[in-house]
Design a protein around this ligand. Sequence first.
Ligand code: GLP
Length: 284
Amino acid sequence: MYFIMDFVTIQDRLFCNDSELCTQEKIRTIVYDVPQRVSLVAALRIRDVIQQKQREGKACVLGLATGSTPCKVYAILCEMHVRGELSFRNVHTFNLDEYYPMQKTSQQSYYQFMHTHLFSQVDIPQENIHIPDGECRFEDVQEYCQHYDQQIALLGGIDLQLLGIGKTGHIGFNEPGSQADSTTRMIYLDKITKADAASDFYNVHHVPRKAITMGVGSILGAKRILILAFGEGKAGIVRTSIEGPVTSQVPASYLQGHPDCTFFLDTASCASLTRFSCPWTIKG
Ligand code: GLP
């Protein structure tokens, strides 16, 4: 339950590169000790945006991610709702992606994931929920994707985008090669992504070859971005995304160009950043 660490203070941060000289790191990066604490900080930021919009009498548009990384964030948001501290009545959501083809009723669908982890437990109006439709007819996908981006634009854009990162450096399902101005579209999944998803589908050969994903451009259009990564398995791609050049080969590196993007890490996923792996090479 989140109340045990309800008060995350600035001292709880193990590291933040906000005001320090570190030319290697090109995205604001904040490290906490464990994923639970990172998740609480992310949930508090989401709560604050929702409530700020409520005070202004406005809708709040959230971009949401799937995967294991944001699970705890959703659990905390649900708990806030159950405790009567947070309503989702003014919230509109746009999920990043969905496998294609994919039945909504399938246990591997992101539709199921989102309803299980968040939507079935909070008071969000059903009509405010948007998840790319894995049941869309193939010939309609292009038009459907354009409409998805238009709906985001009609609501004034995404106020806060929550992201995880795939081992290929993908955000959403924007695999290496995705362009910075790409919009919502159908994409083929990378081999590494399919291997990572294999356990969910019991066999890599059952993993869909395609997905519908919001584009890099659609994501970069968000006013604020929180990207989370946990565990040593993400340490390499986290470093490449934060310290490496901006390249289509590492789509998360595009986040370097966003004016309000923060990487939230635990101690395992930050381990390869130069600051931690080779601190003696950094000018103090
Ligand atoms: C999938 C999702 C991504 C997510 C990634 C990482 O590929 N489409 O949006 O960021 O998985 O998953 P995990 O959080 O389980 O590491």
